[in-house]
Design a protein. Structure first.
Length: 723
């Protein structure tokens, strides 16, 4: 190997006598370098370059003997050597990376470096002189590191950790520099001072800051606090009066550690500084509601069965634990504790209370934090659990889903009586996909375990297991019903418009459909049954047309009330029945169920062959005192007489009955407006006919045969049917 000095790579090419030549620099450390390295054939035309730890050019090149200089950059670093003799160091107590070298392509400079406190312009610490350079270049990196100096400039006021390498800005006048710490500023708590000789004026520094050392002398830490997370370097503002500083936990403003200044009696709450507790209760008790979910709560100490009500169950638990635990969690198998934080604790002043956690949105929940000695001693004196000293915590625990009983019956009664659900509650519904989380029925005692409908008409209802034994013919056999939580609509009932040639049928139908269309909330389907001979056949046809278990039967003579609520629903908490609304009679002023809208139960209609004088009254029924419209039966003499004749027969057959007697008197004495006199005549004729046949049922039923009725009307009043 022959070494020759060169100024350029081209000069090295000209002097090379081999395929390649190495161009090297005295700055590099080649102790681990492989001088036999050659590039692969497809890179043979390039000049290969290697980086140093500071630049992409280390000053080392492998140059081909011929060809233009084209760089190929390799990744392997060729480190510079440590050359402190090439640097000028202005401070004897400084450290620097003396492997640094300028970029080979740079102009010649005097490179000036600062330190960790001050830039090169303010405090030149190290310089590198390129031969022949006169211009200074101030570098931002690397920086020299000033070393700690424990000299008489420093005055440590409070024991602390401090970086004694700091020095003042050389351009500053003489100051006494004052530093604070990680908690308090220099003005509030001078911790370290630096005295420049001759200085009298103090300069308070915001940076750097000293770090106070941990001091446990004034701290008191409860056993349930994780001390690893506490910073015992904290101290109070020296300018404050003496306090007992109470630190918060993640749950409460009390319960954390305290820092007591000597002589302090007043408490100052430090809510902004929270520490984490690891749990105050020493046991987790699970109440098994026999719902099949017991055993799913972690770290349970003991499991007990639910005892009819929570007061007695909790009291039994407390008395069994009074000598074993001070604080316990009492959880319930009906709740899901997957995300529950058992580190919760009460405020110190609430430590002897019973703390109740909501279940879903229900404040009378199923999760309790108990001070065992207090509850065992005093709860027995309270008839109701809520009369005890209770704190309702604003934290919710989700209930597990309750069983859902989906059925297609028109009443929940038989479904409830025949069910055998294990959980304390079940949802009975005739509609799928009900959100059962809408309501949470409390299990505190019998009176709170209410049957709770959550939809109009009770298409969905929550039933407690405790109610099943009471139910005989209706859910109302159970005394505890809560109807305040209805939040869901139910499927609207179909509407069946029934007509048989009435002159006002088209007008009343169009007006009804207009009222329906005027409110976008009305989603009822409308069907028309027209021209069916015989009342029973017409009712059966209407029932078959309906697609819902009940339907609104609207008779052609009824002018529907504009404000009628088409969202109305039958009550599925009773046995299935018909519901008779009110209608106003414009001739005699009566308002009752005659010719009013009726919500017919489809099954009851189809199984009724028409055995009585009134088809509707043949089955279970209930009157709903809601005005459905005006019964415009007085559109012709024939229609008026026929309607009055039939109704008076039914009223006469209902006697003795005070209400029926009053209505019959109105029919036979009052006739206002068009065909009013014909209405009175028809009613009187009906009474006369009843008396003439001595109430014979078969003869009374002739009034529903068109041929017989037409013949009798002609004979009695010379009336003929409308054409």
């Amino acid at each position: 190997m022959h070494e020759k000095p060169v100024q350029t790579l081209e000069q090295a090419q000209r002097q090379s006598q081999t395929r390649y030549c190495w161009v090297v620099t005295y700055l590099a450390d080649y102790s681990a370098w492989d001088w036999l390295w050659e590039p692969p054939p497809w890179q043979s035309q390039y000049t290969h370059v290697w980086p140093s730890q500071h630049h992409e050019f280390s000053g080392t090149y492998l140059v081909p003997q011929t060809g233009a200089i084209q760089y190929h950059f390799n990744s392997k670093v060729i480190p510079n050597q440590h050359w402190p003799d090439r640097f000028v160091t202005h401070s004897h107590s400084a450290d620097f990376d003396y492997t640094w070298a300028p970029h080979p392509m740079d102009t010649a400079y005097i490179y000036v470096f600062g330190n960790q406190w001050w830039p090169a312009e303010k405090m030149p610490t190290v310089e590198y002189h390129v031969p022949g350079a006169t211009e200074r270049k101030y570098m931002t990196s690397p920086r020299a590191t000033l070393l700690p100096r424990h000299d008489n400039h420093w005055h440590t006021v409070i024991d602390c950790e401090w970086d004694y390498s700091w020095c003042p800005d050389p351009g500053d006048p003489a100051y006494i520099y004052v530093f604070g710490n990680q908690w308090w500023s220099a003005e509030k708590m001078p911790t370290v001072e630096y005295h420049v000789p001759g200085a009298t004026e103090r300069k308070y520094m915001t940076w750097p800051r000293a770090r106070l050392l941990p001091d446990l002398a004034h701290w008191s830490v409860p056993d349930n606090i994780d001390t690893a997370a506490l910073d015992f370097t904290w101290c109070p503002d020296p300018g404050e009066p003496p306090y007992i500083y109470q630190f918060a936990t993640q749950h409460q403003k009390t319960g954390g550690p305290t820092y007591t200044v000597p002589g302090a009696t007043d408490i100052k709450y430090m809510a902004e500084l929270q520490v984490h507790t690891v749990g105050q209760a020493t046991a987790v008790i699970e109440i098994d509601h026999l719902d099949g979910h017991a055993g799913k709560i972690s770290n349970v100490t003991k499991r007990v069965r639910y005892f009819d009500n929570y007061r007695d169950t909790l009291l039994r638990i407390a008395k069994s634990l009074v000598d074993q635990h001070e604080y316990v969690w009492i959880c319930s198998s009906v709740c899901d504790y997957s995300n529950f934080d058992f580190s919760w604790h009460p405020e110190q002043w609430q430590s002897h209370m019973l703390h109740v956690f909501a279940s879903d949105h229900e404040k009378f929940g199923d999760t309790f934090f108990m001070h065992v000695p207090s509850f065992a001693a005093h709860a027995g004196n309270k008839a109701l659990l809520e009369w005890y000293d209770v704190n309702y915590v604003g934290i919710s625990v989700p209930r597990r889903p309750m069983p859902v009983v989906l059925h297609d019956q028109d009443s929940h009664v038989d479904a409830v009586k025949n069910s055998n659900f294990a959980a304390p509650l079940a949802l009975f519904t005739v509609e799928p996909h009900i959100d059962q989380a809408l309501v949470t029925v409390p299990l505190w005692r019998q009176e709170t375990k209410t049957i709770t409908p959550i939809s109009l008409g009770a298409t969905a209802v929550v039933v407690p297991k405790a109610a099943v034994a009471n139910v005989k013919t209706q859910l109302y056999d159970y005394p505890h019903i809560d109807k305040t939580r209805v939040m869901l609509q139910s499927q609207p009932l179909d509407i069946v418009f029934i007509s048989n040639g009435e002159s006002n049928a088209d007008h009343n139908y169009l007006q009804m459909t207009m009222y329906l269309a005027n409110d976008s909330r009305n989603k009822n389907r409308v069907h028309v049954v027209k021209g069916v001979n015989g009342r029973v056949a017409a009712y059966h046809a209407a029932a078959r047309a309906s697609t819902t278990p009940w339907f609104f039967a609207v008779f052609a003579k009824l002018t529907v009330h504009q404000e009628f609520d088409w969202a109305w629903q039958p009550d599925r908490m009773q046995q299935a029945k018909h519901y008779i609304f009110h209608a106003l009679n414009p001739v005699n002023g009566l308002t009752y169920g005659h010719q009013a809208m009726i919500a017919y139960n489809k099954k009851l209609v189809l199984t009724n062959p028409g055995i009585g004088l009134d088809f509707t009254l043949d089955s279970a029924h209930e009157v709903v005192p809601i005005l459905s419209g005006v019964a415009q039966y007085n559109t012709s003499a024939w229609s008026t007489w026929r309607t009055a004749f039939r109704e008076s027969i039914k009223l006469r057959a209902s006697l003795p009955d005070v209400e029926a007697q009053y209505r019959l008197n109105q029919w036979t004495t009052t006739g206002l407006g068009l065909y009013g006199d014909i209405s009175v005549q028809g009613a009187k004729d009906g009474v006369d006919y009843y008396e003439s046949v001595n109430g014979d049922f078969d003869k009374l039923k002739l009034s529903y045969e068109w041929a017989w009725l037409a013949s009798y009307a002609f004979m009695r009043r010379r009336l003929t049917p409308d054409r």
